[in-house]
Design a protein around this ligand. Structure first.
Ligand code: UDX
Ligand code: ADP
Length: 463
């Protein structure tokens, strides 16, 4: 019987997924722990608009559960000791140096968790990999834990069971994805532990949606799902570029191909390229694994998905410069949207980063407006050491007022499809701008006919 869950890592995965477990399982105490004190404090903040993760609907789940059976803290040792199940939801970014730099995932945080669990756990503990990890990571965790099996904690020997239960939530729709998942995947070697975890999900998920596999299949399925999704975006973005050359229209092409059930309509929105913490990292990881098994062609195949994504981002900044008479030096440009997608405050790997950096390098003055992204996040992404060495008067400031961002600007660039952009007062905005006034809609997110009638010069992705 599970009475106590601990989740290590209070980020975009750990926070929302544990909040929903606490919401659905009143009989279980859920403790989410993090090494980052500031983050834990923000999760405990009275002001629900200030949670470290912005997700529609998350605030009301937190309000219901926090202090009842959901707790956030930095008290790692105590909460590991109490737990029947420990979820590992720490970050696994791409390695920056050493063997596999630029491709392999850095597992040092996972290893650190395994060591802490080995040290502080008591009795029998089920350990669940929630973070996306390279296939065979469970072996690393098991190897570390094996050295501690039968250590005594208050005279009771420690035993462990390791499961893989990858999270498939997409940011921006996390609460809905967690409440109504397409499937829950549990990989493991020990049937009994798998069933303990399955029983938790069965409190709100139809049992037919719970898939049980070997642990390695579960790990590889997560990487594969993300690789397939990323591949769809690169595929459609490649066709969008072709549409722009041939007078075909990507919206019509998607409508036409999406009606084929085998292809489907979902996940075919062309844009400035995919971002987020998963796709690039997981593709790189898949490429690295394929290479390490000597599967060069497999690695090259997935590398092409990534290459096209980078090409797409550069292509967009280049065409902006070209349309603005070949130079943006000293020009004011409004950037609308910095998050990697709508309905999140996450900026990791956002296509806006490279596009903005390219424009700053060209000397543009960017006024960046995003309804949820904090200035600090933008500055962490844009103020790289490399960028600081470029002395061309290019710069950016965060704007809190979209009208102010447009005053005397030459262009507006839509990079994140926030809903509120649709209802902006484009008549008024047009009057504020320097002429010719341009709109570059890289997300197909506003009414192009309307702004064209007002007088804007318009470029839209895939048309
Ligand atoms: C993804 C997977 O969807 C999720 O299942 C997995 O667990 C984690 O990685 P996430 O990165 O949160 O989720 O967002 P997702 O909705 O997949 O979008 C990723 C990127 O692709 C975003 O930059 C988004 O704007 C872009 N995208 C998505 C498109 O350009 N077009 C689309 O049609 C869909
Ligand atoms: P994700 O999107 O995978 O959730 P995040 O970076 O948002 O990634 O969250 C991961 C969290 O894990 C961060 O808040 C980080 O501080 C935390 N973390 C990393 N290593 C440890 C550790 N050893 N113990 C506790 N928390 C950790």
């Amino acid at each position: 019987m599970v009475r106590n869950i601990c989740c290590i890592g209070a980020g975009y995965v750990g926070g929302p997924s544990m909040a929903v477990i606490a919401d659905k399982c009143l009989d279980i105490e859920v403790n989410v722990v993090d090494i980052d004190l500031k983050r834990a404090e923000l999760w405990n903040s009275e002001d629900l608009a200030n949670l470290p993760v912005y997700e529609p609907g998350l605030d009301s789940v937190i309000e219901r559960c926090r202090g009842r059976n959901l707790f956030f803290s930095t008290n790692i040792a105590k909460n590991i000791e109490k737990a029947d199940i420990i979820f590992i939801s720490v970050n696994t970014p791409t390695k920056n140096n050493g063997v596999g730099a630029g491709q392999a995932s850095d597992l040092k945080w996972i290893e650190e968790c395994a060591r802490q669990i080995a040290k502080y756990a008591s009795g029998h503990t089920i350990i669940v990999e929630k973070s996306t990890v390279p296939v065979r990571t469970a072996q690393t965790i098991k190897t570390i834990l094996e050295y501690h099996i039968d250590d005594l904690s208050e005279n009771i020997p420690k035993t462990f069971s390791v499961l893989s239960n990858p999270e498939f939530l997409a940011e921006g729709s996390a609460i809905n994805d967690l409440n109504f998942p397409d499937r829950v995947l549990i990989g493991g070697d020990e049937k009994e532990s798998i069933e303990v975890l399955a029983r938790i999900y069965e409190k709100w998920v139809d049992p037919s949606k719970i898939i049980r596999t070997k642990i390695w299949s579960s790990e590889l399925s997560k990487l594969t799902a993300n690789a397939f999704l990323a591949q769809r975006i690169s595929s459609i973005n490649s066709i969008a570029a072709l549409c722009e050359k041939t007078e075909a229209d990507i919206v019509e092409v998607v409508e036409a191909i999406g009606s084929d059930k085998r292809i489907g309509k979902n996940f075919l929105l062309s844009g400035p390229g995919f971002g987020g913490s998963c796709f690039q990292k997981d593709l790189l990881n898949l490429i690295y694994i394929a290479k390490s098994y000597g599967l060069t062609q497999v690695a090259d195949y997935w590398q092409a998905v990534l290459d096209l994504n980078n090409w797409q981002k550069n292509r967009i900044s280049e065409l902006i410069v070209k349309n603005l008479f070949g130079t943006v030096s000293g020009k004011k440009i409004a950037i609308f949207g910095f998050a990697f997608k709508a309905n999140t405050n996450d900026t990791r790997q956002s296509p806006s980063i490279l596009i903005c950096n390219n424009l700053i390098t060209e000397g543009a003055k960017l006024f960046i407006y995003d309804p949820k992204v904090a200035e600090l996040n933008i500055s962490n992404e844009l103020n790289s050491d490399e960028q600081k060495t470029i002395n061309n008067n290019g710069c950016w400031i965060k704007s809190n007022d979209p009208l102010d961002a447009c005053l005397n600007a030459d262009a507006i660039i839509f990079l994140t499809p926030w809903d509120e952009f649709k209802s902006f007062p484009f008549n008024k905005i047009y009057k504020l701008m320097r002429k010719p006034a341009w709109i570059f809609d890289a997300r197909n997110c506003i009414d192009i006919e309307l702004v064209r009638e007002i007088g804007f010069n318009v470029w839209r992705i895939g048309s």
